[in-house]
Write a protein of this length. Sequence first.
Length: 612
Amino acid sequence: MTRRMPFFVAAMAAFCFVLGVYPGWEHQPASVSAFGQIPVLSEGRFKPLDSVARSTLLVIQGHQGVIAPDKAELTPDEWLLDVLFNPQKADTYAIFYIDNPDLLSLVGKSETHLTIERLSFNEIAPHIAEIEAQEKLAEPVSAQARTRFQSSVVQLYGNLSHYLRLRRAILPEGSKDFLGELLHLQEILVDGVEAVRAKEAGQPHDEAKAAAIMAEGQKFVGMSEGTDLLAIPPDEGDDPNAWHNTGHALLETFGKGEVNPAVLAYAGMGYAWRGNEPAKFDHIVGLYRTALEKHFPRQVQKARVETLFNTAQPFYAGMWMYLGAFLFAALSWIKWPEASRRTAFALVALGWVIATLGIATRMWLEGRPPVTNLYSSAIFIGWGSVALCLVLEAVYRDGIGAEAAGLIGFATLIIAQHLALAGDTLEMMRAVLDSNFWLGTHVVVVTIGYASTFLAGVLAVIYILRGLFTTTLDKASAEALSRMVYGIVCFATLFSFVGTTLGGIWADQSWGRFWGWDPKENGALIIVIWNALILHARWAGMVRQRGLMCLAVFGNIVTSWSWFGTNMLGIGLHAYGFTDAAFWWLSAFVASQLAIIAAANLPLGRWRSFRT
């Protein structure tokens, strides 16, 4: 049984992942899935409507599932269909998360005994004026100086604005039968436009027709300004600037003399969706996607792949595989040492392969190197660290590499999961960063430096915790860990130095100076100096095994500061914004590493592994 355990566990994990990829296991009709694969232009890039739905839900409520008032579970695509085509129903879904008692009082929930509530738009709508007034007071205050109430108000107001922009993407506000309105517009369009032109020229005209067509135009002006979702493709060509939102496309009908076919298609989908006519909905979606495939095959293909990527959630699956590997590696020190170790190694390898596929898919979708933002840096740091751990485990075969891989892989993917709450993780690059060459050299190399420095620190943590709380850190294990940490620090020093130097060359090309003492630049330099300090302390005999481990653990603090801390200062060319949650998590991490260093300096008599 124990001999078969690695194969059985890895096969079950792979089977579960494949089930998640297989479209037939989605809990929604095929026509809804097909709707989710329709490409649109949003936030500067082409993406499927499925990604629009998922990223919006993550921003607003922190997860992708929606529970209707009747307790029915909705997929992101089903929720988006209700938002776009049946907003009266969507307004009843409790998706707005409020965790501040004062803000709950502001929205009329002062009598509740709960400090956290999920409210629907209908519950919040009567209080939007008060929320907007408080947001105007809080918005000028810097993020670091805002009270908890002010931060909650700003966040809620942003979520409401995001929701309303999406709700106005297809239907005009208050529309009851958009398809009927468009068909009526098509009937009066030619005569109405002629009446308006005659009126403007001071010629005889039909005042009723002119007034009707002008009223329609005014309604579409509001639509064109109320959303940033560009769902209407051009008649031909591949220019992203030619895509428009529904309101803009309808304004163009007054010059073309006919309603845009794509707008009619969306209106038809909405009519069928609201009327619960699945066959008609499926037919219209199929016709529209066929038309898109004919004129925009590349966008349709990418949207299909991205939807599959969203469904598979490779990094989420890899996160749990890494956690399983960590547990099996820990088990190997208690029972079934060889079988548990091999099982841990198999799970790490499988998780790493799945993460590799996920990174490769992101690179193909973006047309970019693997690291383009903070989210992708978390994924890549974990990926690089796990790759090094696989090499260590293949060489030493003692479970330490698998244990470190499981811990780092799980931790970095948890960080990535929380970073995804900020919105689209495949966001467009800032102009100054728009260079695949430097993204593929400086960013990748310096991120490998981050990954290897973290790995050295995690191996040192394993050394300290095993020595203090278990009897498994024998002389051979201690020496193996010491060699691993030393080798990884050498590797980290090289990559962090080269990556920082390449960053200076890029800065010289972009900003006209090699070095400007920017906080991020300082952080990268500190990593290089700290790794060099570790090596010199070891070479000079200033530290031995425990001293080496303490220095490596402090390297976790140095690297986390350069990776996250400098971003939250709000100053410099590399500041990506301050968040309360990130600040406190970073502070807690630093405190934990300092506590581990302090524990490592206890007398050897307190170490269980070294008691005599």
